[in-house]
Design a protein around this ligand. Structure first.
Ligand code: BTN
Length: 233
């Protein structure tokens, strides 16, 4: 996997999206992003010290659209596996695409599509300590341990973990991967609220199903959520 390191860019996702000739599994990281993008049009605070990177890969022709939702969860697992190699903490996946330590967010994932390519954008709070408008929910490795980490090393680790997990997935090992994801399910047994077709569903999270949907139990009925902003009640 080739790594390009940029001093400063608006967004590594945007950079790869707009790049004309994309190479499979190329990685772009930036020391700083001036317009880091979060999900749902949010801003991602990306000043110096964090791991801000994106990589891309061509869509496999056998992958159906219904499987796209599995990719951010696979990326979440890869972030955890990479982080665990540099600092052992209790990391959890907050469905569908965040990684938490305790009650705080340490990483966010943004999956985009550009032609036949998937672009996986990952932000991990590493040595940075200022989370801007996310100051109440953000956390970084440095805030927890006071240590300074090698960002390039972490970027390469996470990207290669993703590639490994993704090939496992293409080989048909989704069920095994899902078991690992379920073990790290931050939302399990929590009462949450989520908007579905302008209706608020409030209930207890009972798990993640085989299609990567979040399962919520409300008055003995199970709701299977494809995507959405989850609020813990
Ligand atoms: C989220 O939690 O809403 C997703 C955040 C994704 C941030 C990363 S940082 C690298 C890549 N470039 C971007 O502009 N966004 C992603």
């Amino acid at each position: 996997m080739d790594l390009t390191i940029l001093e400063k860019i608006d967004s590594t996702n945007k950079y790869l999206k707009e790049k004309k000739y994309k190479k499979n599994w190329e990685i772009v990281m930036a020391k700083e992003q001036t317009a880091g993008k979060g999900r749902r049009g949010k801003v991602w605070n990306s000043n110096k010290g964090g791991a801000w990177f994106s990589f891309c890969f061509a869509e496999d022709k056998y992958l159906s659209k219904t499987e796209y939702g599995k990719i951010p969860l696979i990326a979440g697992l890869a972030v955890i596996k990479g982080l665990e190699e540099i600092e052992k903490l209790n990391y959890k996946i907050k469905w569908p695409n965040d990684v938490y330590v305790g009650k705080r967010k340490i990483s966010g994932i943004l999956l985009e599509k550009s032609g036949d390519f998937f672009i996986v954008g990952i932000g991990i709070n590493v040595n940075n300590v200022d989370f801007g408008e996310f100051k109440d929910i953000g956390i970084s490795l440095n805030k927890i341990t006071d240590k300074i980490y090698n960002i390039e090393k972490l970027v390469m680790l996470v990207a290669s973990k993703f590639k490994k997990e993704y090939y496992r997935f293409l080989r048909g090992e989704w069920e095994e991967i899902l078991l690992e994801i379920k073990e790290k399910n931050y939302l399990k047994n929590r009462v949450v609220e989520v908007m579905v077709n302008s209706e608020v569903i409030k209930g207890e999270v009972i798990g993640i199903n085989n299609s990567a949907e979040l399962c919520i139990k409300k008055n003995n009925e199970i709701y299977e959520i494809k995507s959405g902003e989850i609020r813990i009640v």
